[in-house]
Design a protein around this ligand. Sequence first.
Ligand SMILES: Nc1nc2c(ncn2[C@@H]2O[C@H](COP(=O)(O)OP(=O)(O)OP(=O)(O)O)[C@@H](O)[C@H]2O)c(=O)[nH]1
Ligand SMILES: [Mg+2]
Length: 409
Amino acid sequence: MVIGVGLKSDSYVELKESLAELEELAFAAGGEVVGSLTQTLPQYNPATLIGSGKVDEIKELVNDSQASVVIVDHLLSGVQQRNLETEWGVRVLDRNQIILDIFAMRAQTYEGKLQVELAQMLDQLPRMVDAWLGSLSRQGGGIGTRGPGETALEMDRRRIRDRVKVIKKQLETVSANRSQHRNSRRRNKTPSFALIGYTNTGKSTLLNALTHSQVLAKDQVFATLDPTTRKVHLPDGPPAVLTDTVGFIRRLPPQLIEAFKATLEESAEADVLVHVVDLSNPQMQTQIDVVNQLIKEFGWDSKPIITVFNKVDQAPFEKQFQVKAFPRVFVSALTGEGMDRLKRLMVEAAQALHEEVELFFPKSEEHRIFELGREVQITRKEPASSGTVCAAHMTPAMLSRWKDFLVTA
Ligand SMILES: Nc1nc2c(ncn2[C@@H]2O[C@H](COP(=O)(O)OP(=O)(O)OP(=O)(O)O)[C@@H](O)[C@H]2O)c(=O)[nH]1
Ligand SMILES: [Mg+2]
């Protein structure tokens, strides 16, 4: 059973949209939704989040429908979760936990699994404290109730914190490995593209179409978790790589963002972002806003972004006039429509990335040529009377780093 909760002052449309999405999340987690219900209230109840009348009403519904889990579309404190479980006699989860649960199901790689475990621990820590404090105050608190409780709590917390430390260490090692791969790509100046976007918009289908691959694409939220990078051949363009990665969703749990740093780095390090939008989705604009907000939060807004409006084959034609982003392209990853135009935009973006420049190193600075060679491929190297002239293709970021040596025309 899924429950939508909001304040009377919140938008009711958003509450309904978010609840519909929660049903999809429940389905993706392997569940079947047997009932859904919403409540808007003037303020949240600290003990149970929703009002006591609603708690009783849901209890009956749970009994009648034989639901085995209730998912609340709102963050629950440890106390609220425990109280609701006691009232209803079934497991109670909140939105974050169901998302984490799906991630736990999907994680295939060592790195993915570590990241999920980290996210779950980060999610659990504050809940534990809260649940403990709640149980203490129910016992009346004070003398005689504190000692053993606090000790046990401290032990649990320490165990989790220790594990968090270990996982973070292990993740650092994996991520160092990955960044070596990326460095070698950068040295070969292979332009890299990352597919990003709301979940279920067709990123994986697009990767398959562009790179003749067969990664899992499925009509389900969070079908992809672990990133995949493939070579992509662009007409008359340089060889490039394309990365498919996890999709976004509204109210993405912050613990997930923190834990999935390594996965997000794949996109963070890409030269060009390809933002995939589902043109056929009635909630298209909300989805675009959510993704744009995250792009800003992650500091990716300085990168070139190509917006791909996918699924044109199943969207009403007029919808193409409602969109604002530039540069943009309308495609169908399924039928192949618009794919040539997309490739052309990718070629243009790749060409814009690198500018061939000349650098002059006076004799006293010639040792730095070695450093330059580690960052880019030096296309030409000629001795001159008082030093060495080199030519290389550079991105704007590299230009500013090496500006002291640039030969200005
Ligand atoms: N009609 C139509 N369906 C498409 C198109 N592209 C993708 N789909 C379908 O949309 C669904 C989701 O596709 P995916 O490629 O898995 O989407 P994703 O963005 O990778 O999703 P997540 O990995 O779950 O975030 C699948 O059922 C695809 O067949 C398209 O151009 N037209
Ligand atoms: Mg996918």
